[in-house]
Design a protein around this ligand. Structure first.
Ligand SMILES: NC(=O)C1=CN([C@@H]2O[C@H](COP(=O)(O)OP(=O)(O)OC[C@H]3O[C@@H](n4cnc5c(N)ncnc54)[C@H](O)[C@@H]3O)[C@@H](O)[C@H]2O)[C@@H](O)CC1
Ligand SMILES: Nc1ncnc2c1ncn2[C@@H]1O[C@H](COP(=O)(O)OP(=O)(O)O)[C@@H](O)[C@H]1O
Ligand SMILES: [K+]
Length: 508
């Protein structure tokens, strides 16, 4: 699914109106009806109580007026507050005219801010994607009043005061919604941690917007939902054998962190790899062999950390980092690996696929000259702190995305910035936000599991690099969601994700 800018969203509305021979007010009616559909499935009239709808002067306010009419028809008690303005949009005027007299309407003024009881339901239709500057004056006072009242807010399209695709100044007020009901496509603003307190839970309702316009629209931003990855995992041919799905090497573990190697190896095996060899420090031999009997194991001459790079000839992809530690000898191994991986493989003509995580990323961060040696399409999987060590502190989440995109383009690598809505940046500058996963995955080892799964998929001969990683990130989150359905989020541990990789991949 694509994510568009606010400007493109306006063009999309216009294109839909043109193509489908609609009046703009008919599209507004669709949006209002879609909102009602969601709203009425969530709140009965009794639960909603008397619902206040705060309307601005543009089409977002027009939506609010149409919503007021439709809610009244469905037996909800509603009242409306209007933000005075010099001019209202024509669709606003249409819906104002058609608002039944039974709905109480008040004009907002600094002296007349509506009484809002704590927990009362309020629909925020002040401003939508037409917001052109931060809120000030009366609009800002209304938003502040709403936030201070502790109302239960449902925002129409986007919380008022929030830009759809850019940061707003720290001191400009934004509605804190519990729910945001958008139309057509998700907005970039919904996916960023800094906006979570405003957006709440978001939902996107289909209002039949032009699929042709969306298909043509140029955007770097994409949202990986089930449809985006469906059918992408090639079926396993009947006469396949363990050589068909690649042989991977995993360099992981150190004393006290063998679990990272075990989890990562488990995920790689569940990810469908043909063969896995792990190179681990001597101290981990029994732990590893007992817990992952399906994997082969090479032990380092060092007992506590990795100091040797095995011959890479047998392998179609190499993962390094989980539980590695940051010993100088392990840095030397990373250095050798980067040099060796740059040589094109005989079979594919491409550099050896690498997945680089955790301490291997930290080593890159403290020895940045090594970044120049990253082979093309290497996969790096930093969480925000690891990413900061590779680059610089970000001013905000939008800036972090810029840094991520620049990094992937400059080093021709695939950057997986982990967290809620994990973002994959590609060498061509695309950003893919993942839709699966849950806060239960914020637990030690979840990232190690992702590394193993990505390693398996990067060894898959039929999966191009970007598809492999996008698929892996999606399946990892989906496995986490399946696990959490059984354990609850608090009870989820990384091993539960490993156990659900199979079912998650099977769904695809
Ligand atoms: N017919 C359509 O094109 C559709 C539009 N829809 C709704 O329309 C919304 C967009 O409508 P508009 O483009 O009218 O935009 P808005 O309703 O967001 O507001 C635009 C108006 O507010 C003014 N404004 C912008 N920033 C301001 C600020 N900081 N302080 C004071 N005034 C400010 C603008 O000058 C303009 O008059 C969407 O978010 C969505 O809710 C939906 O009804 C779907 C169909
Ligand atoms: N709140 C969340 N929502 C969705 N996914 C999450 C959330 N928190 C963590 N995750 C996922 O869990 C993994 C955590 O990785 P990481 O931070 O490297 O943990 P560790 O180093 O302990 O393995 C990432 O894939 C991340 O996307
Ligand atoms: K709004």
């Amino acid at each position: 699914m694509k994510i568009l800018t606010a400007a493109q969203t306006r063009q999309l509305d216009q294109a839909t109106i043109r193509e489908q021979h609609l009046l703009s007010v008919e599209l507004m009616e669709r949006a209002a009806a879609a909102f009602i559909q969601w709203f009425s499935s969530y709140f009965t009239p009794a639960e909603a109580g008397e619902t206040l709808i705060i309307c601005g002067p543009g089409n977002n306010g027009g939506d609010g007026l149409a919503i007021a009419r439709l809610l009244l028809q469905r037996g909800y008690a509603v009242r409306v507050s209007l933000l005075p303005a010099e001019k209202q949009s024509s669709d606003w005027q249409h819906n104002r005219k058609h608002l039944p007299a039974a709905v109480p309407v008040a004009n907002l003024s600094p002296q007349h801010l509506p009484a809002i009881a704590e927990g009362a339901l309020v629909i925020d239709a002040l401003f939508g994607t037409g917001l052109s500057r931060p809120l000030d004056g009366l609009a800002a006072a209304v938003v502040q009043h709403l936030n201070d009242a502790g109302a239960h807010v449902v925002a129409v399209d986007i919380p008022s005061g929030l830009f759809a695709d850019a940061p707003q100044p720290d001191d400009s007020p934004v509605v804190r919604a519990q729910h945001t009901v958008g139309f057509g496509l998700p907005k970039l603003a919904f996916l960023l941690p800094q906006n979570a307190e405003f957006v709440g839970e978001w939902h996107v309702e289909n209002i039949g917007l032009s699929t042709g316009f969306i298909a043509e629209a140029a955007t770097p931003w994409h949202y990986t939902d089930a449809a985006a990855v469906a059918g992408q995992l090639p079926p396993r041919p009947k006469f396949s054998h363990k050589g068909t799905f690649g042989h991977t090497l995993l360099l992981a573990g150190s004393r006290g962190k063998m679990g990272a190697a075990v989890l990562s190896a488990g995920a790689c095996l569940r990810g469908g790899v043909g063969l896995l060899t792990a190179h681990i420090p001597g101290c981990g031999y029994d732990i590893f062999q007992i817990s992952q009997p399906e994997a082969m194991c090479l032990t380092d001459k060092q007992a506590d950390f990795i100091s040797e790079l095995p011959d890479l000839k047998p392998y179609q992809a190499v993962g390094i980092g989980p539980g590695l530690g940051q010993e100088a000898a392990s840095l030397a191994v990373l250095r050798k690996l980067l040099q060796a991986a740059a040589q094109p493989l005989e079979k594919t003509g491409q550099p050896l696929p690498l997945v680089i995580d955790a301490d291997a990323l930290n080593l890159l961060g403290s020895h940045r000259a090594l970044l120049k040696q990253l082979p093309e399409n290497a996969v790096l999987t930093p969480h925000p702190k690891e990413f900061e060590r590779l680059t610089e502190p970000a001013r905000d989440d939008y800036h972090r995305l810029e840094l991520l995109r620049d990094f992937a383009q400059q080093h021709k690598c695939l950057m997986v910035l982990k967290g809620a809505y994990t973002c994959l940046a590609t060498p061509t500058g695309e950003l893919h936000f993942n839709s699966t996963g849950n806060a239960g995955m914020a637990t030690g080892g979840s990232g190690d599991v992702l590394t193993g799964l990505l390693l398996a998929l990067r060894a898959h001969a039929q999966l191009p690099p970007v598809e492999a990683v996008r698929l892996g990130v999606y399946a990892h989150g989906r496995a986490g969601d399946m696990a959490a359905a059984l354990t609850g989020q608090a009870g989820l541990v990384a091993g539960d994700i490993v156990r659900h990789i199979g079912p998650a991949l099977a769904e695809l």
